[in-house]
Write a protein that binds this ligand. Structure first.
Ligand code: IMP
Ligand code: MG
Length: 181
């Protein structure tokens, strides 16, 4: 990954660590979902690498779905308005839903998606996230299954982007400051 690596200041979560995290989450999720056939809902586009690597390891029946949402943080208001760019294409009523996310920061996107799916009658709505930035929280929210907590820094790779790029980096890293300027 020479072309991409040269823009990275340092690695925050290595490929090896991601592998270990997924192995641990596999145990937690198999314990929680065996026999329940949940719908794993990926939030595009950031979810795709993590979701793909994770679901391959899960030894229980599940279905896949995707949503694409964008958040508008209106002015001084703490509440986010979430616009559904692409809605889930199956009924969620009475189904167990496991949302797969790349990172939880303010928590606003997830809160909106969770309340929407609960409103539609899901039996349960939980979240698995690779990364958690608890210092970024604007609301009180804790994801159900967390890969690793990181400090309040902007990271890219393994699904996470800066202006649309770096999602294909196989690890999570800090961008060099010169890339921002
Ligand atoms: P929030 O929890 O509603 O603030 O939104 C989380 C979303 O913001 C994630 O799904 C990412 O798309 C984006 N995001 C937050 N922190 C980062 C970061 O460090 N790098 C790249 N995207 C981020
Ligand atoms: Mg995202």
């Amino acid at each position: 990954m020479k072309q991409l690596d040269k823009d990275i200041e340092r690695t925050v979560v290595s490929e090896e660590e991601i592998g270990r995290i997924i192995e641990r989450l596999k145990g937690e999720l198999e314990h929680a979902y065996a026999g329940k056939c949940p719908i794993v809902v990926g939030l595009l586009k950031g979810c795709i690498l993590f979701m793909s690597d994770l679901v391959q390891r899960l030894d229980f029946h599940l279905e896949l779905a995707f949503m694409d949402v964008s958040s508008y943080y209106g002015g001084l208001h703490a509440a986010a308005d979430v616009k559904i760019e692409k809605d889930i294409d199956m009924a969620v009523k009475d189904r167990h839903i496991l949302i797969a996310e790349d990172i939880v920061d303010s928590g606003r996107t997830l809160r909106a998606v969770i309340s929407l799916l609960e409103h539609r009658g899901a039996a349960s709505v939980k979240v698995v996230t690779l990364l958690d930035k608890p210092e970024g929280r604007a609301i009180d929210y804790t994801p159900d299954f967390i890969g690793v907590r990181i400090p309040n820094v902007f990271v890219v790779g393994y699904g996470l982007d800066y202006e649309g790029r770096y999602r294909n980096l196989p690890y999570v890293g800090l961008l060099k400051p010169k890339i921002y300027s």
